[in-house]
Write a protein that binds this ligand. Structure first.
Ligand SMILES: OC[C@H]1O[C@H](O[C@H]2[C@H](O)[C@@H](O)[C@@H](O[C@H]3[C@H](O)[C@@H](O)[C@@H](O)O[C@@H]3CO)O[C@@H]2CO)[C@H](O)[C@@H](O)[C@@H]1O
Length: 751
């Protein structure tokens, strides 16, 4: 055994185990059957750790490492590892020697003690993945997002294991195609591994799911605050063309008083699908169009795919060829695959120089008035090949070394998103960039928001949106959404209404639809759908301060914005499998209707008292209820002591100066809330130019004591008026704010 500054290295005649103690609760395990160095992928953001104090005890058969929270036992014979809590209860242990190496793969067997498995990012199916077999290989999988769909666009080789006694996470930091058998093969063990690469995983202990997610994002990074406008409603279609149509859509939003912040331009804005060009026939005066959109308060996001058309007269291709920037085949010749523009080449984003080049290509676009970039087809997708991507033996260069596509495939999109984000940051250094991606790997949250690709206008896909987005959130990516209304197929009035009612509570809110399908704007399905959509989209804008606070928390702790009930109520076992309700933050519970012709739905409310958002009716938790859900109502509940922040709705973010924040306090003995405020667009907050407020209250027998405390003061232009609205309280006799009695009818703070 060798003691290192971070842990230990132990060898037997067959293999080496390197164990690093990265915090009291995070242990990195690296097992190898050759003399090689551990290789972290792009997923791991953290480069340095505060190595905690740990003790080491060597016995005849085993080695014991002990931190403040964990004990790790290593069997000196087979180098298997067990993780125990301080009372020596096993949290997780290797099964029959643990790691196995074979010609085709490397895998690790664990004893199956868990009742539930969550995480795994973008996967079809239910929330709990126990008993399932999953694979990670980014794939352009059109429409068939159902229980049997194994591969989708993104890969998160991360899961959370949970039983009544323990919660932990495992992140397999391996970018090759990986697999996870969570008890399908056996009820005695589960296993995970990859078809290549190393057995390099992080064991993450937590007192609950929350802490595991916090620790996992401590490793893989957290979102940085997005610009406020991307929290607004976004309208997309494949494709809005020509420019007159784009302007017409924009004007209709304003005429109909339906808030909207963003319009997307899909592939047809380009000249022959050549990236970084404009179709001069259909977008003759695109600069004028962008100007007019700006005047109406719209932001514009354009699609940018990785495939560069093979055409020597086209500057992007020519430069890429001359500089040798494209991915090569196994013979070292530039690889050509078929995508939208026909034959195309793919920049090797793994190279820093290529990323820089690509990032600079956005300069003109941004100067002309484009506000954000949408990276699609970045699995990378290739048409007409059985694998839907490029050959696994294609060559990329990472850190000066050749690696094969089978290793680069799953991380390609992260490098592309990094190229885009860094480019936008260079072009406008004090403006928060917005990048949307379809493909990705763990850690993608640091570069881009994601959407879940091509779904269909089906109730099943409305339902599936919930567990999918929830598991993506538990896998470190809080900024995610689905194509609202469904991408392929014709949506209809009722489905659109029900989808909007659910989606306004998802972190990324974009309606998108495919070519040849029925129009899918909020007014496309008649007056009823238009009115109901308006009501809910306005509600989204009303709730923006609450939503932005959740983005702030996500940026600080990695917590999901859209949460499963089990995230907040882990002790309540009824929540463990609920996939068709979710929480927005910890105060608001949403139970969307996802079946046609339903006017009621069953809702489970966890522990505590809950208030119906619409009627104020009180419900006792830990029970199931059949609640009313007529077509214009999505069942919504606020927890006792819950605090919601609201503002006046507006047509787009920044339309009006926000002069007042309404703080709704729901009855309870007490409540706590953290409110964050900044300019919503720049990086000035990193210099302390933001405000942070602690809001809380205590209530007893008719008397409420409200605390409103600015704990960080830096943003002078912040809102000055905060009005408290007391919800569901019985007769209030006395209101105090910060210890001072105030008029019951005028509960407010003026700063
Ligand atoms: O930019 C246009 C849209 O591109 C994406 O969707 C496309 C998808 O990635 C493609 O693979 C393709 O899907 C075809 C599918 O692969 C094939 O098996 C067959 O069933 O036909 C499908 C349709 O041609 O086309 C999709 C677009 O229709 C992206 O996900 C969308 O958001 C973009 O709007």
């Amino acid at each position: 055994m060798i003691k290192t500054s971070e842990g230990i290295i132990v060898r037997n005649e067959k293999r080496k185990l390197e164990l690093r103690v990265l915090s009291d609760k995070i242990i990195n395990v690296f097992v190898s059957d050759k003399e090689e160095k551990r290789k972290d992928t792009i997923a791991i953001e953290r480069k340095e750790y505060d190595i905690p104090k740990f003790t080491l005890k060597e016995e005849l058969e085993s080695i014991l490492i002990e931190t403040n929270s964990l004990k790790v036992k290593i069997d000196k014979n087979d180098l298997s590892v067990s993780f125990l809590d301080k009372n020596e209860n096993i949290i997780n242990e290797d099964y029959k020697g643990g790691v196995k190496f074979s010609e085709t793969d490397v895998r690790c067997y664990k004893k199956l003690r868990e009742d539930h498995f969550y995480g795994f990012g973008e996967k079809a199916g239910y929330l709990d993945k126990k008993g399932e077999r999953l694979e990670m290989w980014n794939t352009d999988e059109f429409m068939t997002h159902n229980q049997t769909t194994k591969l989708l666009y993104e890969s998160y080789p991360f899961f959370i294991g949970m039983n009544d006694y323990h919660t932990y996470g495992i992140f397999l930091d391996n970018s090759f195609r990986s697999f996870f058998d969570m008890g399908q093969e056996s009820q005695e063990y589960y296993f995970f591994g990859a078809y290549g690469g190393q057995m390099n995983y992080y064991f993450i202990y937590g007192q609950d799911i929350k802490e595991v997610v916090e620790n996992y994002t401590y490793l893989t990074g957290r979102i940085s605050l997005p610009p406020l406008w991307v929290l607004g409603y976004q309208q997309s279609r494949y494709s809005y063309t020509p420019q007159e149509r784009v302007l017409k859509i924009a004007k209709t939003f304003r005429e109909k008083d339906i808030p909207c912040d963003v319009i997307y331009l899909d592939i047809d804005y380009m000249e022959g699908y050549r990236v970084f060009t404009w179709n001069k026939d259909t977008f003759k005066n695109y600069k004028e169009m962008l100007k007019q959109l700006k005047e109406m308060g719209f932001k514009v996001v354009t699609i940018v795919d990785p495939g560069v058309k093979r055409d020597y007269d086209y500057h992007v291709y020519r430069e890429g060829i001359e500089k040798g920037y494209f991915v090569k085949d196994k013979y070292g010749i530039t690889y050509v695959g078929k995508v939208w523009p026909g034959e195309a080449c793919f920049p090797d984003f793994l190279q820093e120089e290529v990323r820089y080049w690509w990032g600079e290509k956005h300069r003109e676009f941004i100067k002309d008035g484009i506000d954000g970039i949408w990276n699609d087809m970045n699995e990378p997708a290739v048409f007409e090949t059985p694998t839907k991507t490029m050959p696994e033996d294609n060559i990329h260069i990472l850190d000066g070394e050749k690696i094969l596509h089978k290793e680069a495939h799953n991380i390609y999109a992260n490098y592309m998103a990094m190229a885009t984000r860094d480019g936008l940051l260079r072009i406008k250094p004090n403006e928060r960039p917005f990048v949307l991606t379809r493909a990705g790997f763990s850690g993608i949250q640091r570069y881009a928001a994601m959407w879940t690709g091509d779904n269909k206008s089906l109730y099943e896909h409305l339902l599936m949106m919930m567990p999918m987005l929830i598991n993506i959130g538990l896998s470190g990516q809080p900024f995610a959404g689905a194509d609202v209304g469904g991408f392929e197929g014709d949506c209809n009035e009722e489905l659109f209404i029900r989808w909007i009612e659910a989606a306004i509570f998802t972190p990324f809110l974009r309606v998108h639809s495919a070519i040849g399908t029925k129009d899918q704007e909020p007014w496309s399905f008649g007056k009823k759908a238009e009115d109901i959509s308006r009501k809910y989209i306005k509600m989204r804008y009303e709730l923006l301060p609450y939503l932005y606070d959740l983005f702030y928390t996500a940026s600080q702790k990695g917590y999901p914005i859209m949460r499963p009930l089990v995230f907040e109520y882990q002790d309540d076992e009824n929540t463990h499998k609920i996939y068709d309700e979710f929480l927005l933050g910890d105060n608001l519970l949403i139970a969307p209707v996802y079946l046609p012709s339903k006017e009621k739905r069953e809702v489970y409310l966890p522990k505590g008292i809950w208030y119906d958002y619409w009627t104020g009716k009180e419900f006792k938790g830990e029970s199931y209820y059949l609640v009313d859900a007529p077509i214009d109502i999505v069942p919504l509940f606020v927890k006792e002591g819950g605090i919601l922040l609201k503002q006046q709705p507006q047509s787009f973010v920044g339309e009006k100066e926000i002069k007042e924040i309404i703080i709704e306090i729901y009855k309870g003995e007490e409540g706590h809330y953290l409110h964050y405020e900044d300019d919503g667009k720049s990086f000035d907050y990193t210099k302390g130019i933001y405000n942070l407020f602690e809001i809380g209250f205590k209530y007893q027998r008719g008397k409420i004591d409200i605390k409103f405390d600015r704990i960080h003061s830096g943003y002078e232009k912040g809102v000055k008026k905060y009005k408290f609205v007391l919800k569901n309280f019985d007769e209030i006799e006395e209101v105090k704010i910060n210890g001072k009695k105030v008029d019951k009818e005028k509960c407010e703070v003026i700063l």
